[in-house]
Write a protein that binds this ligand. Structure first.
Ligand code: ADP
Length: 437
């Protein structure tokens, strides 16, 4: 009886999935030929076999119970041969660098653990015999019986190799074009600077005004080309990346010293807080006779890339804060190091928040229209943070301010020592154990 209910549930779920698929397909203008009447089980199977996307079902242990013809073609397996075999043997998934997925990254394994839908648009499927490497988008959903039991999973795979190829070509074009255009631009900028230099040329004040505007515009164009180049590299994995162990307390202390000048030009106060808000990183607080040891937060990343991210967030905070304070913060727990840049500026409306980290997204209102920018900074920040398996997000209230957070995996001191040798630590300060160690 239970078997019947589960079986009916699975058929129903598959039917729902392909009905969804059918509607998304027909909206994209592609017709599907259905042989039998739409409500019979035979027709459901016909449709499953006819669709050009791969569809697979698994039981609760992760073994394959159904593979449609397209999934067979994508994986290189005969559908009948794949029945009863573990999904990971048939669907060999890896990341863009060719690292095989494990139980923590494979969408099917994750789903069987947490019973939630998982989607991965950037995975590579290695076909049987490693003959082909296909870029696929995979969406996996749990199958739950009426009494709430996980009975298995259904997955839909779409071959996106052509889309990825054209994305790569587009990124290559942007990167070559912006690289080539930077050279003549640099010489225009140089000549404009010479023309405005009293010791080299003599021009009247009016001409100097025009040249100053031209000089600013070339600088803006230069930063746009630079951002385009960086974002194209970030998209196709060509960002220069030399990760090393970084002690974030020392790193942010030094960085905040450099950044403070930008804020001071606009009369904005700057503070660097660690752990409890308001605590000074450089102070060694005393509680009674007990000396509180400041935890050392180690991460494994390229310092130049991290500097780029924090500087970008800090520059934005300065740009979008007319008055008040900018706080650079560091905190964390055993597993995570958290950095944040908080401002008391104009804030961000809730409807803009989900789009902020997309390419070229700029908020268009009377406050931001006067402020220059490319809309690429936060996109680049996200790409860099994701490179180190981190997360970046923002919390904001219009007219009150915004806080941009970055979470990076924390390295234990032992792990940091193993990964050494170069530990970027606070100047003249030996590493100390963390409070939790
Ligand atoms: P931009 O070069 O335009 O600053 P970003 O990608 O860095 O590009 O930021 C995207 C948009 O997010 C900005 O145009 C701005 O509207 C908004 N934004 C970013 N940081 C802040 C901030 N600290 N406060 C308010 N708005 C911000």
């Amino acid at each position: 009886m239970i078997g019947l209910v589960i079986g009916a549930g699975v058929v129903l779920a598959i039917a729902c999935v392909f009905m969804w698929w059918l509607s998304s397909r027909s909206s994209s203008g592609k017709a599907v030929k259905v042989k039998a009447a739409p409500h019979s089980l035979a027709s459901n199977n016909d449709i499953l076999q006819a669709v050009s996307d791969g569809i697979v079902t698994l039981d609760a242990k992760g073994n394959i119970t159904m593979l449609n013809t397209a999934a067979g073609y994508l994986t290189g397996w005969e559908p009948a041969d794949a029945i009863g075999i573990d999904h990971a043997l048939v669907f060999k998934l890896c990341d863009a660098k060719g690292n095989p997925y494990d139980a923590t990254t494979n969408p099917f394994s994750q789903l069987l653990q947490d019973r939630k839908p998982h989607r991965d648009d950037n995975t590579t499927l290695v076909t049987k015999g490693s003959e082909r490497h296909l870029s696929v988008s995979l969406s996996a959903s749990p199958l739950i019986s009426e009494n709430g039991q996980l009975t298995g999973a259904v997955g839909i795979l779409r071959d996106v190799s052509e889309e990825r190829k054209s994305e790569r070509q587009r990124a290559e074009f942007i990167s070559t074009a912006s690289h080539e255009m930077r050279t003549p631009l640099a010489s225009i900028e140089g000549y404009l600077a010479l023309a405005m230099n009293n010791r080299v040329s003599s021009i009247d004040e009016k001409a100097k005004g025009y040249l100053t505007k031209a000089h600013e515009a070339t600088q803006h164009l230069g930063s746009l080309f630079q951002d385009l180049l960086t974002s194209a590299k970030a998209e196709d994995g060509r960002l220069i990346n030399h990760p090393e162990v970084i002690e974030m307390g020392g790193f942010l202390t030094r960085l905040s010293e450099d950044l403070r000048f930008v804020a001071q030009k606009k009369n904005l106060a700057v503070e660097f807080v660690v752990g409890v808000s308001g605590a000074n990183m450089n102070a060694q607080p005393e509680i009674g006779s007990v000396r509180v040891v400041q935890p050392l937060y180690y991460v494994y990343a390229d310092p130049e890339r991290l500097r780029e991210v924090i500087t970008n967030l800090f520059d934005n905070a300065v740009k979008y804060t007319p008055s008040g304070k900018i706080s650079l913060g560091l905190t964390g727990d055993d597993n995570v190091v958290q950095m944040y840049v908080k401002d008391t500026g104009q804030g961000i409306a809730a409807e803009d928040v989900p789009h902020l980290f997309q390419k070229f997204y700029r908020i268009d209102n009377s406050d931001t229209r006067q402020i220059g920018g490319t809309g690429l900074g936060l996109f680049i920040c996200r790409k860099i943070v994701e490179l180190y398996n981190g997360r970046i997000w923002v919390e904001s209230q219009p007219a009150k301010g915004s806080t941009f957070f970055i979470n990076l995996p924390r390295l234990s001191r032992d792990h940091a020592t193993q990964l050494g040798p170069q530990i970027t630590k606070p100047d003249n300060q030996a590493p100390q154990p963390t409070a939790s160690e």
